[in-house]
Design a binder for this molecule. Structure first.
Ligand code: NAD
Length: 301
């Protein structure tokens, strides 16, 4: 098979993100607010967070404040540092507020058409030198890049949830992503105190190519009545030493996001082993989106 063992040439990354001053974050949901927090905290960068929903911006501001308070309680930062970090983050409802950003991370709904529209708009309004990154869990970076006039400066920067605590960033190089763009993002990832891994741009990348079929199979196991939700999770926790059961993890990620990722895997590989479980579809239709809606496979008050 052509190219499967391709070895990527090493790229020097140290110091390559030094010119970044302002980061834009599109989408202030569970991922966007965490991304804004770590950019302002660990890299000391100014951050502009944009969301179409002002309630989401208010919630993001509260979530960041609470998260930083926990770091203060654990004596990992001082109260003064917390105020400084918060002072570096601005919240805005219009995309034009991101026009001076050096790098934008898009973290809106996992929908290719909606993301492409945002990338087109960002391409039109940001500086020609700006890097456009997506936090997508599964969607093709190459196709998002093709919606812009700067495909070399488009890249995947896939953070894990919850962003302030999880150490991994999966960096996805689209077909046209340049070494220079990769070097900036890899260096920034290190400044965020996170470990970067590189994935080639195929559906689900590394993380969700492996994780989401596991979650989907756990949902099939529930759907077919083989075990209760509690017992399925207990098997994976106590039997396989997973820190969280797959159904609890699905609720945490968001069932709408899980379904969107399964659809990307199924469409992308045209392989029935990636078909989303009907129960997952039904829960999403019912508005049971997991922790964020108060109900998923489990209930959250
Ligand atoms: P979320 O539903 O919590 O938040 C999405 C936010 O985007 C909402 O606040 C919504 O108002 C906003 N939004 C929607 N359309 C917009 C637009 N056109 N312009 C500006 N804002 C808009 O979703 P999330 O869980 O934060 O996921 C966001 C992205 O991160 C998705 O691509 C998802 O696949 C990815 N991701 C999620 C997880 C996870 O565990 N939830 C992990 C890694 C990556």
């Amino acid at each position: 098979m052509q190219d499967t063992c391709q070895v990527t040439e090493p790229v020097t990354v140290a110091g390559k993100s030094a010119s970044l001053q302002t980061i834009g974050v599109v989408g202030a949901g569970q991922m966007g607010n965490g991304i804004a927090q770590v950019m302002a905290h660990h890299a000391g960068l100014s951050v502009v967070v944009q969301d179409v929903n002002s309630a989401a911006l208010e919630k993001a501001s509260t979530t960041i404040e609470k998260s930083l308070s926990k770091f203060v309680e654990k004596a990992q930062i001082t109260a003064e540092q917390k105020s400084e970090i918060l002072g570096r983050i601005r919240f805005e409802t219009t995309l034009e507020a991101l026009k001076d950003a050096d790098l934008v991370v898009e973290a809106i709904v996992e929908n290719e058409a909606v993301k492409k529209e945002i990338f087109q708009m960002l391409d039109g309004l940001t500086k020609p030198t700006a890097i456009l990154a997506s936090n997508t869990s599964s969607i093709s970076i190459t196709r998002l890049a093709a919606a812009t006039q700067r495909p070399g400066q488009v890249i995947g920067m896939h953070f894990m949830n919850p962003v302030p605590l999880m150490k991994l960033v999966e960096i996805i190089r689209g077909a046209q992503t340049t070494d220079a763009t990769y070097a900036v993002v890899a260096d920034l990832t290190a400044r965020l105190d996170k470990t970067g891994v590189v994935s080639r741009d195929f559906p689900g990348f590394i993380s969700n190519r492996v994780l989401m079929p596991l979650i989907n199979e756990a949902i099939f196991t529930l759907y077919e009545g083989i075990g209760s939700a509690e017992d399925i999770d207990t098997v994976l926790k106590l039997g396989m030493n997973h820190p969280m059961g797959p159904l609890t993890l699905a609720d945490f990620i968001g069932l709408d996001t899980c379904l969107a990722i399964m659809n990307v895997l199924h469409d992308g590989f045209q392989d029935p082993r990636f078909r989303p479980c009907p129960l997952l579809k039904q829960y999403v239709d019912a508005g049971y989106l997991g922790r964020k809606s108060g109900r998923g496979f489990f209930s959250y008050s």
